[in-house]
Design a protein around this ligand. Structure first.
Ligand SMILES: NC(=O)c1ccc[n+]([C@@H]2O[C@H](COP(=O)([O-])OP(=O)(O)OC[C@H]3O[C@@H](n4cnc5c(N)ncnc54)[C@H](OP(=O)(O)O)[C@@H]3O)[C@@H](O)[C@H]2O)c1
Length: 258
């Protein structure tokens, strides 16, 4: 049986990796965005949907067997989008009789005190409390996201960075493969975390990034006080026992900058 799957966040970093993989796995994909592209892929349908006010949400979910919820607002109003928006989507999914609501979450959201993570945790709790049966999959930071963060200092003559923070970045394609593996009509609850191949410090990641880009910039430790940075330094956003990804940071950089 073909699975009719609503993919939220279909234009995002993860959503872009999920689209071809869901199609390849045989899903009939309905891709959601606030502003769907005029000329999308021929093999999937797009729908306009806004989690902030619920526009288009009920129509989007009406025929779905599976929802893969990858929409999020890490740099926006995550309380409105990630918490209230997810609650709205869950309600619509329950009314539509969705079999499995797959929620994409982040490793360490209960270990690192950070407002976006608190909102992700509140969304997870809403998923668990909902009438819809669900799967929650937590993933570590994507290589893309780490590169984006390092890109913000790359023009500076000296790079001030919280060098002691420990991360475990993963290739987004491998993260997407793990999500597709869970996008079935059978809900699985909270499943084991998905992490990149190695835990590395920001200092080490930054040196490798700098060298891959052929830049010559000194990296200096930026002391960041407070519980959030302490949580990241303690490795709160890592899962060394679940180093599932195989594409290393060095390999990922070589692919982009060689
Ligand atoms: N980035 C990471 O390193 C990382 C690691 C682990 C887990 N995750 C989780 O993976 C998921 C995807 O992350 P990502 O990095 O791919 O995110 P992203 O690139 O920031 O993309 C966010 C997506 O959310 C959609 N969106 C934003 N506001 C919306 C709204 N009001 N209504 C409907 N859609 C909205 C955007 O679509 P439009 O702008 O087209 O509407 C976009 O497709 C998130 O749940 C995130 O927490 C991310």
């Amino acid at each position: 049986m073909t699975c009719r799957t609503l993919l939220t966040g279909a234009t995002g970093t993860l959503g872009t990796a999920l689209r071809p993989r869901l199609l390849e796995a045989g899903h009939d994909v309905l891709a959601a965005s606030r502003s769907p592209p005029d000329h999308g892929d021929d093999d999937l349908e797009w729908v306009a949907m806004d989690l902030a006010d619920g526009t288009g949400l009920r129509d989007a979910v009406a025929d779905a067997d599976v929802v893969v919820h990858a929409a999020s607002a890490p740099r926006g109003d995550s309380e409105a989008i990630d918490v209230r928006g997810t609650e709205r989507l869950l309600e619509a999914a329950a009314d539509a009789g969705v079999s499995n609501f797959v929620y994409v979450s982040i490793v360490g959201i209960d270990d690192v005190p950070y407002s976006y993570y608190e909102h992700k945790l509140a969304a997870e709790r809403a998923v668990e409390a909902s009438a819809v049966r669900s799967t929650i999959i937590r993933i570590t930071m994507f290589h893309e996201f780490v590169a984006e963060l390092l890109g913000t200092v790359s023009r500076l003559p000296v790079w001030p960075l919280p060098t002691g923070i420990r991360l475990q970045p993963i290739d987004v394609g491998e993260a997407a493969d793990a999500v597709v593996g869970r996008a079935t009509p059978e809900p699985a609850g909270r499943v084991p975390d998905i992490g990149g191949p190695a835990v590395r410090t920001v200092g080490d990641l930054a040196r490798t990034y700098r060298d891959a880009r052929g830049l010559r910039r000194p990296i200096v430790r930026l002391p960041i006080p407070g519980k959030t940075a302490a949580g990241f330094r303690a490795g709160g956003a890592t899962c060394p026992d679940r180093a599932v990804g195989t594409v290393t940071w060095d390999e990922w950089l070589a692919e982009r900058f060689d």
